[in-house]
Design a protein around this ligand. Structure first.
Ligand code: NOJ
Ligand code: CA
Length: 531
């Protein structure tokens, strides 16, 4: 393929939740050495980069998103030497490595916060966000925490509240303090100097808050008892402030100090129009803000068709698209849309225009695993039980084989395994031409071989009933993608002829098609068009 685009545009990212990937020392928790051991698998699968969720020293209140040292490795995951080995081995296989960078908050046990809360006079007091109580003695404003309750925690010893957008054990840093910015940019430098290829910016829109700490307005669309309580307010003052873009630009500036094309990916849950600002001015923002629409949209051809067109239309000049089907915070795609549609979803993810991010285990069709109450780990589920918000179900151990514990650990796994792991696992699916794993591998191979699919243009085709369709084109090669999002047979009428290059069902490949495509229920096809 002629190299007209950067690796992060051409390539496919694979997200690894390190606790759940592979445990090499029998403590039931995945580790860095486990990732290194599976790099051959990832290269075989055909992805281009891995994003590893946090492995920094942490009290694990939020499983690594509560950091006590941003520039080190938690002993449960290994050592810095293990990380260097992982990076070198990944690079040796042509795989890029993206890390999770958590700018918004630290753990409450981070030495910075320990100092900050020690007294009002401590030089690090202002490194976090401390405010006096409101006139009635309550919290300074109405902001709520993503994990339930007020975003403010009263500190008895010093008589002020501190802000925590997430858990009370995750106090928010004060990025308006230049020393905080300096220290946190040093962290970026530390990992860049070690050779990492990019960062996923955790909750980056939250890093700057309204300088007057105004109350968030109520969300008029909020449905009591139905929606996540975090959505009760429109979070227009607690985050997504204009000042955040200058901070992201400075993070980007640090990347430019290093050779090679390194990437910044923003984790931003917001309306699509709001996402666009995160591309920054003149390429000074993120390389792309994550686009989570496929996780949130109803699984309907017309709704998805409209959303893809709209997103494409809203992208700023030079803004590169991207798509996500699942991650460690949202229920698995196989559970959201069902196992048969998960194959169609994989074809959608890997044939839309823009960088796809694939969540570990989705390539074998792993589903959410029900977690018995006594084994719940996720603080969100513990705070707001029974609402379906808990994230443990989508974080269960990777299913490698039919061996005990799916070959994930020789010890007791930190979360239970899926009941069906003896049937759903990498080893069993490897040799089966029609397996979910083989489908992913075929899709990744075709995408890599065909510039039209990797970086080509996108042209919508009107959805017909349950059939979603679009055309990808580059250098005179055109592919029509036709996806039946329904369970019943359906037909897509189109002008032209071609042959099936790839099907969700391998028996279709090579079949000629002309003017109408007959799709079985839950079937998708990539058709190479003639002429
Ligand atoms: C987003 C992460 O993906 C999630 O897992 C975490 O709990 C919050 N940010 C807080 O860091
Ligand atoms: Ca381990």
């Amino acid at each position: 393929m002629p190299v007209t685009h950067e690796w992060w545009q051409r390539g496919v990212i694979y997200q690894i939740y390190p606790r759940s990937f592979l445990d090499t020392n029998g403590d039931g928790i995945g580790d860095l050495a486990g990732i290194t051991r599976r790099l051959d698998y990832l290269a075989w699968l055909g992805v281009d980069a891995i994003w590893i969720s946090p492995f920094y020293p942490s009290p694990m209140r939020d499983f690594g998103y509560d950091v006590t040292d941003h520039a080190a490795v938690d002993p449960r995951f290994g050592t810095l030497e293990d990380f260097d080995a992982l990076l070198a081995e990944a690079h040796a296989r042509g795989l890029r490595v993206i890390l999770d960078y958590i700018p918004n908050h630290t753990a409450d046990l981070h030495p910075w916060f320990v100092e900050s809360r020690s007294s009002r006079e401590n030089p690090r007091r202002d490194w976090y966000i401390w405010r006096d109580a409101s006139a009635d003695g309550g919290p300074p404003n109405n902001w709520i925490s993503a994990f339930g309750g007020s975003a403010w925690e009263w500190d008895e010893a010093t008589g002020q509240y501190y802000l925590h957008t997430f858990l009370r054990e995750q106090p928010d840093l004060n990025w308006r303090n230049p020393d905080v910015e300096r220290a946190m940019l040093e962290v970026v430098r530390f990992w860049m100097a070690r050779g990492v290829d990019g960062l996923r910016l955790d909750a980056v829109q939250n890093t700057l808050k309204d300088d007057h700490f105004r109350d968030n307005p109520p969300n008029p669309d909020y449905r009591e008892g139905v929606d996540d309580p975090f959505d009760r307010l429109e979070r227009v003052f607690s985050g997504d402030r204009p000042e955040v873009h200058a901070v992201i630009a400075r993070m980007r500036g640090v990347l430019r100090e290093f050779s090679g094309e390194r990437v910044l990916i923003g984790e931003i849950y917001n309306r699509v129009e709001r996402l666009m600002a995160y591309y920054g001015e003149e390429g000074g923002g993120c390389h792309f803000p994550y686009n989570f629409q496929l996780i949130r949209l109803p699984w309907e051809a017309r709704a998805i068709d409209a959303a893809v067109r709209r997103y494409e239309a809203l992208l700023p000049p030079g803004g590169w698209p991207n798509w996500v089907l699942g991650n460690h915070d949202r229920h698995r795609v196989a559970s959201r849309v069902g196992p048969a549609q998960a194959r169609v979803a994989a074809m959608l993810l890997l044939t839309l225009r823009g960088t796809p991010t694939l969540y570990y285990g989705d390539e074998i069709g792993m589903a959410d695993v029900p977690i018995p109450a006594e084994r719940v780990q996720d603080p969100w589920e513990k705070n707001l039980p029974g609402k379906g918000l808990g994230r443990d179900p989508e974080r269960t151990p990777m299913q490698w084989s039919a061996e005990p514990n799916a070959g994930f650990t020789a010890g007791d796994p930190w979360l239970p395994l899926a009941d069906d792991y003896r049937r759903t696992n990498v080893q069993g699916q490897r040799g089966e031409p029609d397996s979910m794993l083989s489908l992913h591998r075929r899709l990744l191979k075709l995408r890599r071989a065909e510039p039209a699919l990797a970086v080509g243009s996108y042209a919508p085709v009107d959805a017909q009933g349950d059939v979603l369709a679009y055309v990808r084109e580059a250098e005179g090669t055109r592919f029509l993608v036709a996806l039946n999002l329904g369970h019943d047979a359906a037909t897509l009428a189109f002008d032209g002829a071609g042959e099936v290059a790839l099907g969700t069902h391998a028996d279709r490949e090579g079949t000629p098609v002309e003017s109408a495509i007959e799709l079985r229920g839950d079937e998708g096809m990539v058709i190479r068009l003639r002429g």
